[in-house]
Write a protein that binds this ligand. Sequence first.
Ligand code: NAP
Length: 684
Amino acid sequence: MLHVHSFAAGQWLAPDSQARDIENAVTGEVMARAGQASLPAADMLDYARTRGGPALRALSFHDRARLLKALAQHLGTHKQALYDLSFATGATQRDHLIDIDGGIGTLFVYASKGRRELPDAQVYLDGEVEQLSRNGTFLGQHICTPLQGAAVHINAYNFPVWGMLEKLAPTLLAGVPAIVKPATSTCYVTEHAVRLILDSGILPEGALQLVAGGLGTMLDHLDCQDTVSFTGSAQTALSLRAHPNVLANAIRFAAEQDSLNASILGPDALPGTPEFDLFVKEVHREMTTKAGQKCTAIRRIIVPKAQEQAVIDALQTRLSQTVIGDPTAETTTMGALVSRAQREDVLSKISSLAAEAEIVVGDLEGFSVEGADRDRGAFVPPVLLHCSDPDKATAVHQTEAFGPVATLMGYRDLNHAIKTANQGQGSLVASLITNDPETARAVALGAGAFHGRLYINNRTSMQESTGHGSPLPHMVHGGPGRAGGSEELGGVRGIMHYMQRTAIQGSPDMLSAINQRWVPGSTQTTPKAHPFTLPYGDIDLGDTLQSQPRTVTLDDIEHFAHFTGDTFYAHMDEAAAKRNPFFPGRVAHGYLLLSFAAGLFVEPNEGPVLANTGLDSLRFLKPVEPGDTIKVALTVKHKTPRNDDYGEVRWHVRLTNQDDDAVAEYELLTMNAFASPSAAGAVA
Ligand code: NAP
């Protein structure tokens, strides 16, 4: 018997007399107990707010990203123990790869995105600086800072590890501590993952707590800095988001809930095409993986009317090969549902669906189970229904049987297919299998607003595609309406639920200090030496190199034109250039100006600048004519460490003419070493 503990305010709490029994999905035996009569909810929130939050907020995004990477590596070395425990949830080894390896993979992706896409700072800048005044002395910038409360994660039973880690990654990266409440039926797996994390000592104290069992009075104690991220059924979501304190304090509440996801077979994907086979394969996989207990599983199969029987026959062939049984056996392709209560729920949902659709595959009485007792475990065979009139049906578009169950329906034309897919009133994902780009465009325009993700697959992408049902950390997971109306994941977008966006208004110097980025118009300082001779750490934001002037001659333009081959008429033909509305006559090439600029600001000797890695936001603002004199101001705008040896420096470059008018502006990127090279002749 496992005694599943909560981790509350620094203490492990054992289950007490009020604990709930948890059954083994395969044997039906009680194998664990979890829950306490009274959870110290207020203490847990206080612990998160006063310990975990300040410790996480003291770190930069890059520091937090490093924590995520360390966690991923640590869990990766202990995943066998998680696999071993997870079999009791009814999951097979293939299912574990989605839950456990998928969760660890999500940590890795967020760790990498945090280092590459977020600053090594505590403030995330949302968008560009807004010019709010004529002379640029009053500017605006949207910034995001971490909420100063706790993130309460209420998770569904089906992914005890991924379900925790996919929320934990963006939460911790944002700088917010989490209180994780897994569904009780599989919380023993989550508890083990939490023990691994806490025992590793990687996270600061208070960054992670666990509720095994009921949430107690937690929602009563939330305030405006706390958030709730819920995953589960629509019914539970409704009752929690309607909690008086959640409503009264406008507590952020994100819901990922049940969803009648659809998959459309394109009109072009006839039997015999690679797309037809691909469609059957995807549907089969979605029905049987995790025994259909996936929020993204295909519930509605939408095919051209003329192909209904062909698809049913092909699915029948594949589904009949499903080996249902003991999840630990290598030959088993589909395990059990999580509990017998869940089996009863699925069977009753099948009855509701059967009022509108006919069961065409699946024998609920006569199916066999390998290596386990069919009646003691929570086994259900794959069930395919056929609905002949989806326009009149309601249950098939509204009833989620959270098991290996899907309903097939025919469409007359593509508009009818789109209408049918949208009848789910909002889903996490819809897929379309077609080799016709125009079909893809019509479905994206007609169905995009109803679905959080559109997965389009064909012969080109099928080898590398990730599957209809796989939420990816890079892409938004969530959908409108029935799916809960929220978004998770989606790369850096995923951290926004845990941060407050604030519009900052003020002078350029104020914005530079807050943004940790030099803003044009703010103070420019003189560097200790030529900035290209200074190691990364000795360059300060605002340090500015003012170059010598250089006059651009007609000979320069001629030489550049013939040397590069760029003899565009605006540089070569006075009359033609004059006819052009942009030019007064022959003008210098923009690229000539950039090259001259480099010549004006560069320091030629070997030094800490390792490479010029790019150039962003280039604008040519005013033509330069022969005889004009240009000069350059090179200002340190932003710095980002990349590894232990060097970091990226983003320079603001402004080229001006003899009248001090800007002729070009851009951002130059260089990689600068932390130390000067020690070779003889190197810059000191
Ligand atoms: P559920 O019964 O709604 O439970 C979800 C979570 O809410 C569990 O942790 C549950 O804890 C908790 N909960 C229930 N009542 C509560 C209350 N009064 N106060 C606080 N917490 C409460 O859903 P489930 O059966 O675990 O999961 C299946 C459903 O989740 C399906 O509908 C599926 O579509 C959906 N789902 C959606 C997604 C998604 O990303 N959109 C992902 C996975 C699953 P207890 O277990 O302790 O009751």
